[in-house]
Write a protein that binds this ligand. Structure first.
Ligand code: FE
Ligand code: CA
Length: 524
């Protein structure tokens, strides 16, 4: 039987019982009155771990969520809880540089987001939380350098697609061992329903409600390797489709759900996502929307443009009436693919991105998005075969990005992506489907942490039609480790030997180098 925590005194319980008798759905009592309470937890309230994210020059966001019994929402009394936090310069937490107090609110599932200010740029810090008698593990984080600072080296890892049932998170264990400055997640952090097979279970049906999505996030966050990766470095995160529903686009679901019902579902999913990620307050869900896209600058070396490819997306092109998910269509039979009025990013985000690409002055410019950005022709005859859930389904938007890069010439543009559960290294061409045209950008896609790609032999068969693809591997899982200096970017495609084994070793599948001023990766 679950034990409720934090435990309250008998007098408080009696006072609460009286209040409940008056108004059983009254809002929790004011937080200020709780500062003297000493909650006692009979199970670890930090069961979901700690995290940090959205680093800027003087600040990072610290995250935790109190969950002594993550799958029993009634396990916590519905009253706010005081959470103390501290940031130190050393791992032993002796040289404290900042500390403070946050309130975990029941309406936010007791999630805590602390925006720590006043930190020094380009520095490691360590942090922990305390609630009642319980103390969290210590996490390591790092601030971004000052905008003009000369940075000699930055190391980041990016990954995506971590279907829990399909494997263990050995890829994250390897990421931790590489000690990157930053970890980027490009979407499919959770998957919204159970799949067949696999080595562990989603013990529920498909998620629709806030409670459902919270449970899915909690299940994933209980994984020890994922927790260790959150403790090891600050994260930048964006989502893809499975944080809500397979292949959704804006307010259009793959199952043609009633738009009002789907908006309710998406609102619940977005809220649970925010509650479980180290995101800034600006991303707080509001009217069913979350402001997720952002640029993050690392000195004079690199700018990340982190994109949201789902929230503002036009409905997918040429959907079938019995099922609205992505499919491969013949390009000549689907005129909507190239319709300039359709957008994957939405016009506001597009304008923001083009402004950013025009103005950026950093040596490297990484466009961190969900998908394979390069075209991929899966046709078998004379016609091009285009997958509608990909950038190929939004060709005018892709052309506008390439046009901006080709005319405004931001220094060293590199796309990083996920979603497609396979490794790709591609040349982004001035005319996207003309392999003879100039290469204007480089692309790396880092496979998936666990999610499989059963149809990779079909992708391999289509490679001769796609000469701009320099490398493809669909049978292996893993992530991508990137080392950036002013002279070059090196991408190590790290792969796990067997994602179905919790203790799987990792190795480098292949390494590629992009030299400053020369778009297109070459094998190291
Ligand atoms: Fe995926
Ligand atoms: Ca996806």
């Amino acid at each position: 039987m679950p034990i409720r925590g934090p435990r309250t005194s008998r007098r408080e319980l009696m006072r609460m019982a009286g209040a409940l008798a008056l108004a059983s759905f009254a809002r929790p009592v004011a937080a200020a009155g709780l500062l003297d309470r000493k909650p006692r937890f009979l199970d670890d309230p930090f069961s979901l771990g700690v995290a940090s994210g959205d680093p800027i020059t003087d600040s990072v966001v610290l995250w935790t969520r109190l969950a002594p019994d993550p799958f029993e929402p009634a396990a916590m009394e519905p009253v706010p809880v005081v959470v103390d936090w501290e940031v130190a310069a050393d791992e032993g937490m002796r040289r404290t540089v900042r500390k403070g107090r946050a309130i975990a609110h029941p309406e936010n599932a007791f999630a805590v987001h602390v925006d720590v200010r006043g930190l020094a740029p380009d520095r490691d810090y360590f942090y922990r939380f305390r609630a009642g008698d319980a103390e969290s593990p210590v996490g390591r984080t790092r601030t971004a350098p000052l905008p003009g600072a000369a940075i000699s080296r930055l190391r980041f890892a990016f990954g995506s697609c971590q279907q829990y049932e399909m494997g263990y998170y050995g890829a994250y264990r390897d990421m931790v061992a590489q000690s990157p400055d930053l970890i980027i997640h490009l979407g499919d952090y959770i998957y919204e329903k159970p799949w067949d097979g696999g080595v562990r279970r989603h013990p529920w049906t498909e998620a629709y409600t806030l409670e459902d999505y919270r449970a899915y996030h909690a299940l994933y966050k209980l994984d020890p390797d994922l927790q260790a990766a959150h403790r090891a470095a600050p994260w930048l995160v964006t989502w893809d489709d499975h944080e809500v529903d397979n292949d959704y686009a804006g307010l259009t679901s793959e199952d043609y759900e009633d738009p009002a019902a789907f908006l309710k579902r998406r609102t619940a999913a977005y809220r649970a996502y925010f509650e479980h990620m180290p995101l800034r307050r600006i991303a707080t869900p509001h009217d069913g929307q979350v402001s997720l896209y952002q640029s993050v600058r690392y000195g004079d070396l690199l700018t990340f443009f982190v994109l949201d490819g789902r929230q503002y997306r036009s409905p997918e092109a040429c959907r079938l009436l019995d099922n609205g998910h992505g499919r491969v269509v013949n390009e000549s039979e689907c005129r909507a693919l190239a319709d300039p009025a359709r957008s994957l990013l939405g016009l506001d985000q597009e304008a923001w991105l083009y402004r950013g690409l025009r103005k950026t002055r950093t040596r490297w410019n990484v466009i961190a998005q969900q998908l394979l950005f390069a075209p991929f022709d899966q046709g078998k005859g004379p016609d091009r075969g285009v997958y509608t859930d990909s950038w190929g389904g939004y060709q005018a938007n892709r052309n506008r990005i390439i046009e901006t890069i080709a005319t405004r010439r931001p220094s060293n543009p590199v796309f990083i992506g996920g979603d497609i559960h396979s490794y790709w290294v591609t040349d982004i061409k001035r005319e996207p489907t003309n392999p003879e045209s100039e290469t204007v950008a480089t692309e790396f896609v880092g496979s998936s942490i666990t999610s499989p790609l059963d149809i990779y032999p079909a992708f391999e068969a289509a490679l001769p039609r796609n000469p701009h693809v320099r490398f493809f591997e669909g049978a292996k899982r893993g992530y991508c480790l990137v080392t950036v200096t002013p002279k070059a970017m090196r991408a190590d495609l790290r792969t796990v030997a067997d994602p179905t084994r919790p203790d799987t070793p990792s190795s480098t599948l292949a390494s590629f180098i992009v030299e400053d001023g020369r778009p297109g990766a070459v094998k190291a």
